[in-house]
Design a protein around this ligand. Structure first.
Ligand code: GLC
Length: 742
């Protein structure tokens, strides 16, 4: 009887709760109800985003009046570049004084960390460790959400093939497949268990689109490319971000084939909101609406606002074109209220999803801010991914790992004791820079009884050789020399294009001077981009590319130097021999006259004064171990439409250190119309192996992996023969096979 009564109770509860739930208005209904109350001016206010009173991340517009008063009048819907519980509360207070009390969205460039700074995104991409990359974004999102931030302007998913462009540091390099995997991971990391979770922030896929293909690598410059290349190379990571549920997109400063991206209805309405069905909202980049005027696309901000709204740009960052012109554009019947309503609906939907109407201050909680920031387990994760991002470019004569029994090590170079530089561009000042571990401090922790000798030797960019002799003498006293060389962290980032990407100043001369001592030398190269360093690459026995590794830089580098962590990272971007080779990337077309080897200039597509290969290839990176590839097997030699091929091979650690290898799968369709690249990354597996251990790795090839956008932009696979390549780098293929799509 009791059981029966229990069942009845449960059934009743479920029925009542379902009725209650059914009575709860949906978010769409809440948005509609709110919009019915809003005036046109209040709707337009929701489309207006302004910079806070702190650092500006773009050219500052003329005096724009009292923002708090504007917020109270409902003229501002979002503010960027204010962080911290107290500051965000103050701005949200102003919004709570507006007529309808519509909460503000707070946006911030949480690109690679909030209080704890992680490696720059290009560095993390070198880890090829998707779970670690997702965890890094998860921690950044958790910290940011505890600091009052609702929305990060990340991940930046721009494919970049030109290291002169400073923003390569912000993305995932040159490859669409790797870039898509990483875009997905970063969106999921930032958004965690979904919008509304107290530790989740809205992601923003940017810069839509093709920003990385700016002419000459000059930031903000124009982009001209076929739609075929746009779809094959530059859009895939954006599609991946959209599929992963990115809450927002940000369009880009560049024009694409003559139309500024912010004014591109093709990109924003046809593709993003149309073909891909994107339900979030699009924010312009900083003043990119207003920049239609200098582009020569709009005659004034009035026309720019018309073009932007019609093209599908929902929110106006910092140009004030919308707040100043949309009401008149409606009155002039240039734009419809319906178009404004669509943008407002998209934005309000996100504010509801974030729970801001339930509690506008829910992310601005002082206790949570105190308890969440800088947690030891998050610091440990920062160290972990920093180690995983370090690329071992060379280790001739096994100079590395260092012995713990050395008498002394000379630490030489302008970046040995740097802390702030380790954070790289697009890092925030939330965390205390004293928490950043310099190389020197990391070595102090790790070196045991080994004596550390330090001398700077030279500065990063100046031309003085005054410190060379002292550096030489110091090196002569040591068993091993470690040199920390590279850029200043503000030399790569936004508006930081470099025509000369050599190691700056006289640093490479100092490396030559120290090499003349005959001592074993390890060079650490710290930068936000691939640099050119041919002499160093050809003469120094051990080289690590450490990017900017963030808070745990010194510890991570020491872990690798001493072999506490065996490096396994791989380059996410090609390193050219010289600027003259740019653009150079691995997934290029064959051409009608492909060089047969590195020095073939006999009527081939080559330079007569340079080998054809890059200095270091996409996917390249060494380990203290070596790895053997064998026993390639394909389950079929040919497949029809929906069949699959299982590819397997054995991967063995043939060295004496446990270590990780990133085994890479490349495919090439031998004949197709239009032509296809000589190879394309279509899979990878990062595998930890003990010395002597063998694992069988498998990849599955299906029609999706063989499909591409043809010159009519139709996605599909063409029957034909395929070459299959498996290797340790794009230029280090270990196993080859073939199959046919019938
Ligand atoms: C900058 C950048 C963009 C950033 C925005 C806000 O100009 O282009 O990536 O998110 O402005 O800081």
């Amino acid at each position: 009887m009791l059981r029966f009564k229990l069942l009845v109770f449960i059934a009743a509860f479920l029925v009542i709760s379902n009725i209650t739930l059914a009575q709860q208005p949906s978010i769409a209904q809440k948005v509609d109800a709110l919009m019915k109350k809003m005036t046109l001016a209040e709707k337009i206010g929701q489309l207006n985003q302004v910079n806070g009173d702190w650092e500006a991340t773009g050219p500052v517009t003329a005096d724009v009046g009292n923002k708090l008063e504007q917020i109270k009048r409902g003229e501002i819907g979002s503010v960027l570049n204010i962080v911290g519980v107290n500051h965000t509360r103050a701005f949200q207070d102003a919004a709570m004084h507006s007529r309808l009390k519509i909460p503000l969205l707070f946006g911030q460039d949480v690109i690679h960390g909030y209080s704890i700074t992680f490696p720059i995104p290009l560095g993390e991409a070198a880890s090829w460790d998707i779970p670690a990359i997702e965890r890094s974004a998860r921690i950044a999102g958790t910290e940011a959400a505890a600091g009052g931030v609702h929305w990060t302007f990340a991940p930046m998913v721009d494919i970049a093939r030109d290291p002169r462009w400073g923003r390569v540091m912000e993305g995932a390099g040159e490859d669409p497949y790797l870039g898509s995997q990483i875009a997905r991971a970063r969106v999921k990391g930032f958004q965690g268990n979904g919008l509304g979770s107290l530790d989740a922030i809205m992601a923003c896929a940017k810069h839509y689109a093709a920003y990385g293909a700016a002419v000459g690598g000059r930031d903000y410059n124009s982009v001209d490319m076929s739609l075929h290349t746009l779809w094959e190379v530059y859009l895939p990571p954006f599609k991946a971000a959209e599929e992963a549920g990115a809450a927002t997109f940000m369009n880009s400063f560049n024009s694409l084939n003559g139309t500024p991206a912010t004014a591109s209805s093709y990109l924003q309405r046809d593709v993003l909101k149309g073909k891909w069905g994107f339900k979030g909202f699009v924010v312009s980049d900083w003043n990119s609406i207003g920049e239609m005027v200098p582009h020569g696309y709009a005659k004034d901000n009035y026309q720019a606002a018309e073009f932007a709204l019609k093209a599908g740009n929902d929110m106006d960052m910092e140009s004030r074109s919308y707040i100043n012109n949309l009401a008149k554009l409606v009155a002039d019947k240039k734009v419809s209220v319906a178009m404004i309503d669509d943008a407002v609906r998209r934005i309000l939907t996100k504010k509801f999803e974030m729970g801001l109407f339930d509690d506008p201050y829910r992310y601005s909680n002082a206790d949570r801010e105190k308890s969440v920031l800088n947690r030891p387990e998050h610091v440990a994760a920062a160290r972990d991914i920093a180690r995983k991002s370090i690329v071992l470019l060379k280790n001739q004569g096994q100079v590395l790992p260092l012995s713990k029994n050395l008498n002394s090590i000379a630490l030489i170079g302008p970046l040995v004791k740097s802390k702030g530089e380790m954070k790289g561009f697009w890092s925030l000042d939330v965390g205390d820079v004293s928490q950043v571990v310099s190389l020197y401090e990391g070595m102090q922790q790790a070196a045991g009884n080994t004596k550390l000798l330090y001398v700077k030797g030279c500065d990063i960019t100046d031309t003085s050789h005054a410190g060379f002799n002292e550096a030489y003498k110091t090196a002569m006293q040591a068993d091993v020399v470690i040199m920390a060389m590279g850029e200043r962290s503000d030399m790569t980032g936004e508006a930081k294009s470099r025509a000369n990407i050599h190691i700056p100043g006289v640093q490479e001369e100092l490396i030559q001077k120290i090499m003349s001592t005959g001592k074993p030398v390890v060079v650490l190269l710290m930068a936000g981009r691939p640099m050119v360093f041919n002499w160093t690459a050809d003469h120094v026995p051990a080289i690590l590319y450490t990017w900017w590794l963030g808070n745990q830089a010194g510890n991570a580098i020491a872990d690798v130097l001493y072999g506490n962590y065996n490096p396994g990272a791989k380059l996410p971007m090609t390193f050219p021999r010289t600027e003259g080779q740019i653009p150079i990337y691995y997934n290029h077309y064959s051409t009608g006259r492909p060089p047969q080897n590195d020095n073939d200039v006999n009527y081939t597509s080559a330079y007569i004064d340079l080998p054809n290969s890059p200095k270091f290839a996409f996917g390249y990176g060494l380990s203290y171990s070596t790895f053997g590839y064998s026993n390639l097997k394909l389950s079929k030699k040919s497949i029809h439409n929906n069949e699959k091929i299982t590819v397997s091979f054995d991967l063995k650690n043939t060295g004496k250190y446990a270590g990780e290898e990133v085994a890479q799968l490349y495919l090439r369709q031998l004949v197709s119309q239009p032509v296809r690249p000589v190879k394309e990354l279509k899979g990878f597996e990062k595998v930890m192996l003990q010395p002597g251990e063998t694992k069988t790795i498998t990849f599955t090839i299906d029609k999706e992996k063989l499909s591409f956008y043809n010159d009519q932009l139709v996605w599909g696979a063409q029957p034909g023969e395929f070459k299959l390549m498996i290797g340790s780098a794009s230029d280090d293929i270990r196993l080859e096979g073939g199959f046919e799509l019938l």
